[in-house]
Design a protein. Structure first.
Length: 308
């Protein structure tokens, strides 16, 4: 037999042996118990299965090992809500979180000089509060100043309670003083931040003699830069009945709309300038005409806004 024929036959034999070797290697890799009798084995519970001499009784393989956990805690287990090891702070005061402490703030929204075509006056509008995140005492005060005296003022003392993330419900009393006799009201309202960052303050009032009123204030801030801010502002007063002594008519009584441009030297302190239009309507406008005054006016304002 020639050499090339011998080499060719050996190559064919090697090719035929490859599948046989692969099958033998696969069989040798099976576990030792693969060929045993498994007819008596309960694959759902495997309650008496042993592995390497270690008994696995009670292990429920079918339920994912759920029987290994749960049950009652030991009698001597520590209360997870108690102080560690049963110790307290002793003479050291217990730490207090932010919503457990009282804070205070004063914000002067408008302290300004007002100038119209005929004369000038002053105006203040502030809000202060004392309390916690959810409950606080709120003071609101607004008034006009002429010839160095407060000629018209409105003061509210309210209890505020947080009813939503950005909203407080408020209830309390309002006291008005001015040229005529004073007025007292029960006040109920909402104050907060509406969608798209509109600041709203809506309050309804009930006074003696069947008097009712509604006040709506809305503000929005446009950041031209991080310090230069343009603030549109709208305020409307609505009354349920005429009050001749105060020159107030039923319905929409007064409406004011203005723009104020402020520069925040610091976040807490910002001078501003602006322009505002104010008008009276309905019977209120009639009372204003009878007094020889204009029912609407445009006025320039300049002032300062601060808080601490």
């Amino acid at each position: 037999m020639s050499t090339w024929r011998t080499e060719n036959r050996m190559k064919k034999m090697n090719k035929a042996a490859v599948p046989l070797i692969a099958v033998m290697l696969g069989l040798s890799a099976l576990p030792a118990w693969a060929g045993g009798d498994m007819s008596g084995m309960d694959h759902g519970a495997t309650g008496s299965m042993t592995n390497g001499g270690a008994t696995m009784n009670g292990m429920d393989m079918g339920t994912g090992g759920g029987a290994m956990q749960g049950g009652s805690a030991p009698a001597d287990a520590r209360d997870p809500h108690a102080y560690s090891g049963g110790y307290d702070f002793g003479p050291i005061p217990r730490p207090r979180f932010a919503d457990e402490q009282n804070f205070a703030s004063l914000r002067m929204d408008r302290l300004e000089a007002v100038r119209n075509a005929d004369n000038g006056a002053g105006l203040y509008d502030l809000q202060a509060w004392f309390g916690r995140d959810y409950d606080r005492l709120v003071l609101k005060a607004e008034g006009g100043i002429n010839d160095g005296k407060v000629d018209e003022a409105s003061t509210e003392l309210l209890w505020g309670h947080a009813v939503a993330t950005y909203w407080d419900a408020q209830i309390g009393v309002r006291y008005d003083s001015g040229e005529g006799s004073s007025r007292s009201w029960l006040a109920v309202g909402m104050q907060g931040l509406a969608p798209y960052w509109f600041e709203l303050d809506i309050t309804g009032y009930v006074g003696d003699g069947g008097r009712t009123a509604l006040s709506v204030e809305a503000e929005y801030e446009i950041l031209l830069t991080q310090r230069l801010i343009l603030q549109p502002r709208l305020e409307a007063d609505i009354y349920g009945k005429d009050d001749v002594e105060w020159g107030i008519g039923a319905g929409l009584s007064e409406l004011a709309a203005g723009l104020r441009l402020r520069y925040e030297i610091r976040r807490e302190f910002a001078p501003y300038i602006g322009v505002e239009w104010a008008g009276t309507f309905g019977n209120t406008a009639d009372y204003v005409r009878a007094a020889g005054l204009d029912t609407s006016e445009t006025r320039a304002v300049a002032g300062v806004r601060f808080w601490f």
